[in-house]
Each structure stands twice: as C-alpha cells, then as structure tokens.
Design a protein around this ligand. Structure first.
Ligand SMILES: [Zn+2]
Length: 378
C-alpha cells in the first residue's frame, strides 16, 4: 500500500473507533494502534489503567540508546455533540473532496496516523537510524492529561519530544498555561424590599467582572502575546426576593511562560480588594496547568525547521500554541525539550464537521519522518 493510502486508511479507521472523553474510552483505540505498531516491528505495550482507559507505547531501539525521541499524541477526542448537526456521521471517517471527516480528524487522530506513516516509512527502509524512537498515544489529553502524567511518572525519559497537535505544520516552541480560579463573594442576605439593610454579593462580583475586562496584568510574550482573563461562569442568588449573600464566579486565565502562579493570584486579589473587604471574599485555585517553553536554539527546533523547509519548500517561523496541551507535563515534570507540531488547523478542532486535508496529512508524515532520520542519524 502506498504511503499516503496507509495514512488515510489509518486515520479513517481511527475515527471509526469512538474514543470520546468524557466519558474516556481509549482502550479499543489503544489496541488498534498496538496491532499497527507491532506490524511495523515496534515493541508495544498497552498500559491499561482503568477498565476502558489506556495508553499505548511503541518502542524501536534499546533503553541505553541515544539520541532518543518521543512522538506523543492523544487517543481521546472531545464528544461529538449533537450528531444531527453533522453532515456525515461523526464516527464514519468519511473521505470526500480531499478531506477526511469525523470527530478527531484533526485533533488528533489524523496526526496519530501521520506519526504511524512516518514510522512505517522508516520500517520500510529498514530503520536507517541510530538511537531510539518512542511512540506514545495517550489517554485523557482533553481533560487533565492523566495519560501523559502516568507516562512521565513511570520514569519514561527521552532526549527530545514532539507533541502532535494541530499547528498547521508550524513548529510551536511554547504554549500558554491555564489557570482556573473561583472567587466566592460573601454578602448579607435580607428582604429585597430593604436592600440597604443587606450586602449584595452579586454586586461585589459584578464590580470585579467589570474590572477584569480591562485589566492589564502580565507582560507580552514574543510568541504567545498577552495573558487573557475571562469570566466563564457565575452562580449567585437563591430567590427572586432575597438579597443574595453569596456569588461565585469562575475565571479562566491563560498565562504565558513569564507569569508565575503566586504572583498572579496576589495581583488578582488586589483587584478584588479595591471593592470588597477582606472577610467578604475567598479565592481558590480549581485547576492549574503550567505553561511550557523550549529554547529556540534547541537542536530539535532547528532540525524541525530544516525538515519543514525541505518538504514544504518554504521557511516557516517558530510560533506559539495558545491552548494548553501535554507538552506542559513533558517539559515541566520530565524536563524534555519539546516542540508541538502537527497538520491541520486548531480552529477545526472540537467543531461540528471536524475535518483534515489529506495532502496536509501527507506532508506531516513526510516531515515527521525527515525529523526522525535527522535527529537519529547518529
Ligand atoms: Zn489535541
């Protein structure tokens, strides 16, 4: 089977295996990948950590061999949503007009297929490399990164890593972090006919919401721009004739690498305190995924840029990735120099009628293969 047909066929088959998260059901997809990796001569392991959840790892080479590189992407997808709205069923892997359609086409089953295409190309050439390659297709990237965290906790280390996410074939060397905080505002309830006798917690919250929309906290990052602050949820009030004594807002903060957690919380607290007394609010961190960055002078970045130039015939600038991804754990917990690189546009991810261009998959597969050969040429 020609190389491109192989990639298209794998991508389409992967889309046909539902791995929506939630609920999180990657085991079947992991088994399919394990079979494919075994066919091209990689040692494969399925790490099943819950009834329906698993990572799959394929290895070529021995543990002591260097350099080593990990290709990492995820098996799970976000849910398909309202299936009636799709032009083709979301788990059909329909091929039409030079594109593959379905949930996960771009995020990240197409990318996983392109990884496999690159590995198969090396296998067909008799593995013309020195060193070690690890393919890790992990669970739970879309929620909290359980899969990659487990992988790192198991002691897996490599000299380099490529995280497969849709970057339109640009090398991304940094991504923003994500901080989710909740702020409880406390007031005093009373009858709504005498509001001055109470303290309205929703009014406290609304002052903060006004201020946060114009806030300028944190510096601009050369690749990622400014941090963003967005109120995404609000809960308050118990009845239409009672002054609310509690209101809780949820704030989503996207932080470039220069911003530190403690300092950000302290700055946000200062904004709250402009309008709200010390005893009338409480701030807590609900979720925090740190940002990550790899220096642009790193060998992997250079090799990736060079490989893209050769395959696409044009030079591409290094970019930043605005969302969070598993690079955070690979860099912050394992200190592995990492880039994010993949076919397809991030705007396609998580949408109805998600799709990816077949020729983009082909280019991706060739770029990955070129990077592997160059990094592992000894
Ligand atoms: Zn993704």
């Amino acid at each position: 089977m020609a190389a491109l047909n192989y990639v298209v066929n794998i991508a389409s088959k992967l889309i046909r295996i539902n791995s929506e998260n939630p609920p999180g059901r990657e085991f079947e997809t992991a088994s399919f990948i394990a079979d494919e990796l075994a066919k091209i001569g990689m040692k494969t392991t399925i790490d099943r950590f819950e009834e329906s959840r698993a990572n799959v790892i394929g290895v070529y080479g021995e543990e002591y061999q260097h350099p080593s590189i990990m290709l990492n992407t995820h098996l799970d997808t976000v849910p398909a949503g309202d299936r009636e709205k799709w032009s083709f069923p979301p788990f059909s892997g329909e091929i039409r007009g030079g594109r593959i359609y379905g949930r996960g086409a771009v995020d990240a089953k197409g990318i996983l297929a392109a990884f496999l295409g690159a590995l198969r190309e090396l296998a067909d050439k008799g593995w013309p490399i020195k060193g070690r390659i690890i393919l890790a297709a992990v669970a739970d990237e879309e929620i909290e990164g359980k899969g990659t965290k487990k992988l790192i906790a198991s002691g897996l280390r490599t000299d380099y890593a490529i995280v497969g996410e849709p970057t339109s074939l640009n090398v991304c060397t940094a991504h923003k972090g994500r901080l989710v905080i909740e702020v409880d505002f406390h007031g005093r309830s009373t009858h709504a006919s005498t509001p001055s006798k109470g303290v309205n917690a929703i009014y406290y919250a609304s002052r903060f919401i006004e201020r946060i929309q114009t806030v300028k906290l944190g510096e601009k990052h050369v690749l990622l721009g400014y941090p963003t602050y967005t109120v995404t949820m609000i809960r308050g009030g118990i009845k239409d004739n009672v002054i609310p004594d509690k209101c809780t807002i949820t704030l989503d903060v996207r932080m470039p690498p220069s911003m530190k957690l403690d300092k950000t919380i302290r700055s946000l607290e200062k904004i709250v305190r402009r309008d709200v007394p010390r005893d009338n609010y409480h701030i807590r961190v609900v979720n925090y995924i740190p940002s990550a960055e790899t220096p642009r002078r790193n060998f992997l970045v250079k090799v990736a840029q060079q490989s893209i130039l050769e395959i696409l015939g044009m030079r591409r600038n290094v970019k930043g990735f605005k969302a969070t991804c598993d690079m955070s754990f690979i860099v912050n917990q394992a200190r592995i120099p990492t880039i994010i690189l993949g076919p397809g546009r991030i705007e396609q991810a998580h949408t109805i009628d998600e799709s990816i261009e077949i020729c983009e998959l082909d280019r991706a597969s060739k770029i990955y293969s070129r990077i592997l050969e160059r990094i592992l040429s000894g």
